[in-house]
Design a protein around this ligand. Structure first.
Ligand code: AR6
Length: 176
């Protein structure tokens, strides 16, 4: 789907295998030292140099984002966002929106043309996926008008139900 000249894609897959994307986004924690889920997969694929660079930028709070190199990953950069822990960091919708907004602005500042996101906060951090998907697409669509360099935004979902849910959420957003 194209909005204001930017292609928004929803795919099922692994965020560490997005060879054609300039930058991938990590759902990190404030220590930026790696962890489970997407964070673990990204650090494993990138190799130990990533942790050296990212942990030197820590701590960052919920809603914030920083950019590092991608090392052994097939991308140029990794943007590390810390999502809100659902029910703990409030207002969680604002903090989750900040992740997407800050990541897009960081990529834009680097003049990158493509960015891939996982569904931040929807795993260990417990954010209900339907609600999180609405915040994600609403924020992306709000920020799109600011973008000059980014031409492709890809949302990468690990499993089939998450993929179906996000496809429907994007269609619902466009219908509004
Ligand atoms: N590619 C794409 N999506 C994935 C992948 C992958 N390789 N692996 C998992 N997902 P989570 P959070 C999905 O828990 O909720 C870490 O320990 C997963 O199914 O990775 O923001 C950090 O260090 C889920 O829908 O991130 C933090 O401590 C989504 O990615 C904490 O977890 C996000 O799940 C962050 O929790």
């Amino acid at each position: 789907m194209k909005i204001s000249g930017v292609e928004i894609q929803v795919v099922q897959g692994d965020i560490t295998r997005q060879e054609d994307m300039a930058v991938i986004v990590n759902a990190a924690n404030s220590s930026l030292r790696g962890g489970g889920g997407v964070d673990g997969a990204i650090h494993r694929a990138a190799g130990p140099e990533l942790k050296k660079e990212s942990s030197a930028l820590a701590p960052i709070g919920p809603g914030q984002a920083v950019i590092t190199g991608a090392y052994r990953l097939p991308n140029q950069y990794v943007i590390h966002c810390v999502g809100p822990v659902y029910g703990v960091h409030k207002p969680e919708d604002e903090l989750l929106a900040s992740c997407y907004r800050n990541a897009l602005r960081l990529a834009e500042k680097q003049q990158l043309d493509s960015i891939a996101f996982p569904a931040i906060s929807t795993g260990v951090y417990g954010y209900p996926m339907q609600e999180a998907a609405q915040v994600m697409f609403k924020t992306i669509i709000e920020v799109i008008a600011e973008l000059k360099h980014i031409k492709k935004i890809r949302i990468v979902l690990f499993d089939r139900p998450a993929y179906e849910l996000h496809r429907q959420a994007l269609e619902a957003c466009q219908a509004e």
